[in-house]
Unconditional design. Structure first.
Length: 149
């Protein structure tokens, strides 16, 4: 599994997970890779920044790179099993801040709170305001462990 940093023609940045570079190229050529923000199919790879947790924090948000998810996910159970495993890992690795998401994301971005992965709820207006401020956020469906049946 390889994770690419991607951007669309409108400069929305996001990640994509692929089996290989060839897999990304093939899916992209078939119009299967789209921007989660605007739906654009004009997607390209962009340089990735690697920030390790032991480095000093700067004014820009840091990304901590963990061990490969492939090592922790058993894909023998099929796509649904893999999705459940990845969702469980995501829930376990993020702090749920509920409806304080926008406030806490800003605090982290402006170095007023410890850097960590968070999840929660934000209005569409809060989401757009965070993006306009340069806060890296990703909109996902609300995930709960009980929904993984």
């Amino acid at each position: 599994m390889i994770i690419f940093d991607l951007a669309c023609q409108h400069e929305h940045r996001f990640e994509g997970w692929f089996q290989s570079r060839e897999d990304f190229d093939e899916q992209s050529s078939r119009g299967l890779v789209g921007c989660p923000d605007c739906g654009s199919l004009q997607v390209r790879r962009v340089p990735s920044a690697l920030h390790l947790g032991s480095q000093p924090r700067t004014a820009s948000p840091a990304v901590t790179v963990a061990a490969s998810p492939e090592a922790a996910v058993d894909r023998r159970g099929g796509p649904l099993s893999t999705y459940r495993q990845l969702t469980t890992m995501l829930l376990a690795s993020c702090e749920d801040v509920g409806d304080r998401f926008a406030e806490e994301a800003r605090r982290i971005h402006y170095l007023e709170a410890p850097a960590r992965s968070i999840r929660g709820e934000a209005s569409a207006e809060d989401y757009e305001a965070l993006r306009d401020e340069g806060v890296e956020v990703l909109r996902l469906p609300r995930l709960k462990a009980g929904d993984l049946h």
